[in-house]
Design a protein around this ligand. Structure first.
Ligand code: PHE
Length: 369
């Protein structure tokens, strides 16, 4: 019996010479309040897939599930992809609360889940099958605290958080600690807060206006941020607002119009970056979709390329081999920077500070980790 087993094994390579084919599940918000994240991600992923499948080393079959911008739907989507579709790995999601809801299911089933965009610290702490190809909020928060205090020289700030978002809560904490360490003052010990789907922020803004901040940190998502900016400017609050990657959506400009002017965010990608690789991507994306790519388009594109690279190099398409290959990612050159997965399964890479303008976000500076 032992001999037969060994024989069968030695014959295996000849019969599996065919191209590696894998099924990848994608969990993204295609509808709901953060829908542009999903739409841009899937656009970016599809652009990369054309390249991957044409190169011919592997074939990726993509199965997209809409999490409707909701944590419970994200968990359901991960369960479905694993139990009904039998996917080999999962890419997604974007908003950290959504990824946090799905990740424990991938971990329990030992299916690799890699998020291209969720920055909350807790995401990859879920377990050894969970990784990300973006930086974390521990980095992004420090970048913006320094930018506010050192570059803009703002000495007294207010912070507004989205109480329904793990991302907003985590990022505001990092920002406040670093800003105060640098010497900055907060107008209040308590947080000014709203929740997703709120639409009237005027009484909150009135309270903040009375405290006379030099600038306001607003780590929210574009749907609420767009309305907050507009209402604040209408109320004569003309100080700069600072935010994070959650602002990075073409819809922000549509919602806020002129009110986006004079504000700054940290993000993953600058469409006006002079790097030829970035410019080639921007050109290709615009030709395919008739729109300038935002951060999520670029992150989705890089994310699936990292996954494809790992699958090509993996010992086999077994879950554990794919996961080990993802974790071995080193110096992968993407349009969002150079990606190396560290021992905590996070990506060490640079951030950019962008100025938001009505015609789009423009590069201000790059910050290395
Ligand atoms: N970092 C955000 C989060 O964790 C998601 C995001 C990434 C949004 C990139 C826009 C662009 O919730």
């Amino acid at each position: 019996l032992a001999t037969i087993g060994a024989l069968a094994l030695s014959l295996a390579p000849a019969t599996s010479a065919a191209k590696r084919e894998v099924n990848i599940g994608a969990v993204f918000p295609m509808t709901g309040p953060v829908a542009t994240y999903g739409q841009e991600s899937v656009n970016g992923i599809k652009l990369a897939l054309k390249k991957i499948n044409k190169e011919g080393k592997i074939t990726i079959n993509l199965k997209v599930e809409d999490n409707k911008s909701e944590p419970q739907e994200s968990a359901n989507a991960v369960t479905k992809l694993i139990k009904s579709d039998g996917v080999d790995a999962i890419i997604g999601s974007v908003a950290s609360s959504n990824t946090l809801a799905g990740a424990p299911i991938a971990q329990t089933n030992k299916v690799p889940l890699m998020t291209p965009a969720s920055t909350n610290e807790k995401v990859t702490m879920t377990g050894d099958f969970i990784s990300r190809t973006c930086f974390t909020d521990a980095f992004q928060g420090v970048v913006m605290a320094k930018f506010a205090y050192e570059n803009l020289k703002k000495k007294k700030m207010a912070v507004i958080i989205d109480n329904s978002s793990d991302y907003s809560k985590g990022l505001s904490k990092v920002f406040k600690a670093k800003y105060q360490e640098l010497g900055g003052k907060l107008v209040s010990d308590e947080d000014f807060a709203y929740i997703q789907k709120d639409t009237d922020f005027r009484s909150l803004l009135r309270k903040i206006k009375r405290t006379k901040p030099d600038a306001i940190f607003l780590p929210g998502y574009y749907t609420e941020v767009g309305l907050i900016l507009k209402q604040a400017r209408q109320m004569g609050m003309n100080m700069p607002f600072l935010g994070g990657d959650g602002w990075d959506s073409p819809t922000l400009q549509k919602l806020a119009g002129e009110a986006v002017s004079g504000n700054y965010i940290s993000s993953h990608f600058a469409p006006d970056d002079k790097d030829p690789k970035v410019q080639a991507f921007v050109k290709e994306y615009k030709a395919a979709y008739g729109q300038q790519p935002g951060a999520m388009a670029a992150l989705g594109y890089d994310g699936i390329l990292v996954m494809a690279d790992a699958i090509t190099k993996a010992k086999s398409t077994k879950n554990v081999d794919i996961q080990n290959a993802i974790l071995a990612t080193k110096d992968f050159s993407g349009v969002t920077g150079t990606i190396t997965i560290d021992s905590n399964r996070n990506a060490k890479k640079s951030a950019v500070v962008l100025e938001t303008t009505p015609s789009g976000n423009i590069f201000n500076s790059k910050v290395n980790p």
